[in-house]
Write a protein of this length. Structure first.
Ligand code: ABU
Length: 377
């Protein structure tokens, strides 16, 4: 009898993790201005529009923390692969545009979405991140050779012309009333137009047959629609939260185990059907603990809510940033074995423990955790 080797398999956020990609902080840039984003770290001494590599001392600390995290996972018997960084300081172009720098490859979760035997390369919606998938190609090629059932997919590469972005969006946004901002939060009316499908993989969270997709500033309706058509055997639910700088679901709404999710205490859900769906299926939504930090970490575009950016090793074991004492205590009270992982130095490189990883293999199969659905949602 021939036994087929399964390399890629992961249907949710909590089944026992056996194989994972952990990113690398090497060469990460504060990216050059582009239509989607102009970095402004004036409070950290880097005025709006300036760009360049993150400082060497920060890189050394982030490297040390990421390598230790990878070693911790390996010690627990989890296979760890790492991407191949590019020279992110290089100028890149397509026939449509030129972008003075790329970004980095610390957060594989932003680029790679694993659903069952498939790994899907996201479109991404920043020009500086258009080529980031190349860092993962050596790994994906290897999985393709090792696993005859691996579905290697890439969403249509977007053109990202100026027409993909609303002109003068950020200038206008600054003049908006609170009501206008509230309306944007409820409808996902952010900088992206609907000219082509756009999404980051980190806007999606997985629970077996159900996928929840955040209509954030880096994912548009066309992106959600493309995902729905791409995963016809799944139920795909758009979600919205109270946050004026929305990027990715994994510091906002985090699935912990069947029946339990952590909800950001500030970024409350704005889609009543989502809340109803969880209620109907007896899920408990627990408000996250207060984060350790007051504001954004230095030179970081990620918020203090990385406190809830965790990695589940199995339904009972959770990796949490070691500086998040209150969050760890809450998880402990919820019955988890908490593994504190020093990771604060990695924030500026693009995120926390969930961002820094992408699932390759978790035990388990596609189960239905939401048998009681809501018509039309
Ligand atoms: N994946 C990054 C999360 C960023 C944030 O919510 O601040």
């Amino acid at each position: 009898m021939t036994v087929t080797k399964v390399v890629v398999n992961s249907w949710n956020e909590w089944d026992p993790l056996k194989h994972v990609i952990v990113g690398r902080p090497d060469g990460t840039m504060i990216q050059a201005p582009e239509p989607a984003i102009i970095r402004d770290f004036s409070k950290d001494g880097l005025p709006k529009g300036l760009y360049g590599p993150l400082p060497d001392d920060m890189l050394a600390m982030a490297t040390e923390q990421m390598d230790s995290f990878a070693a911790l996972l390996e010690k627990r018997g989890i296979r760890v692969d790492r991407p191949t960084p590019l020279d992110f300081s290089q100028c890149v172009s397509t026939p449509d545009w030129t972008q003075k720098t790329m970004f980095g490859c610390m957060p594989p979760r932003d680029v790679l979405l694993t659903v069952g035997h498939e790994i899907l390369e996201a479109t991404m919606s920043y020009r500086s991140r258009w080529f980031e998938y190349l860092c993962y190609r050596p790994l994906l090629q290897r999985y393709f050779q090792e696993d005859p059932n691996f579905r290697w997919e890439a969403a249509p590469k977007p053109r990202l012309t100026n027409a993909a972005y609303k002109p003068d969006y950020w200038d206008e946004y600054r003049t908006w009333t609170e009501d206008q901002k509230a309306q944007a939060m409820r409808t996902g009316d952010w900088i992206l137009t609907e000219i082509e499908p756009l999404f980051d993989a980190a806007d999606i969270t997985r629970a077996g047959k159900d996928l929840f997709v955040y209509h954030s500033s880096v994912t548009n309706s066309a992106g959600i629609s493309w995902l729905r058509r791409h995963f016809p055997d799944h139920r795909l639910h758009p979600v919205y939260f109270r946050e004026t700088n929305p990027i990715h679901i994994d510091a906002t709404f985090v699935l912990l185990r069947p029946g339990l999710a952590s909800v950001n205490r500030q970024r409350v859900p704005l889609e009543p059907r989502m809340v109803e769906l969880f209620k109907r299926n007896d899920w408990e939504l627990v408000e996250c603990a207060e984060p350790a930090l007051d504001g954004y970490p230095p030179l970081s575009f990620c918020s203090r809510w990385l406190s809830m950016n965790i990695l589940m090793l199995d339904p009972k074991t959770i990796c949490v940033d070691a500086q998040e004492a209150k969050q760890m205590e809450q998880f402990d009270q919820l019955g988890f074995e908490v593994i504190p992982v020093p990771f604060g130095a990695v924030s500026a490189f693009g995120g926390g423990l969930h961002c820094a990883t992408a699932d390759v293999y978790r035990e388990g199969k596609c189960d239905d955790y939401f048998p009681h659905q809501i018509g039309g949602y």
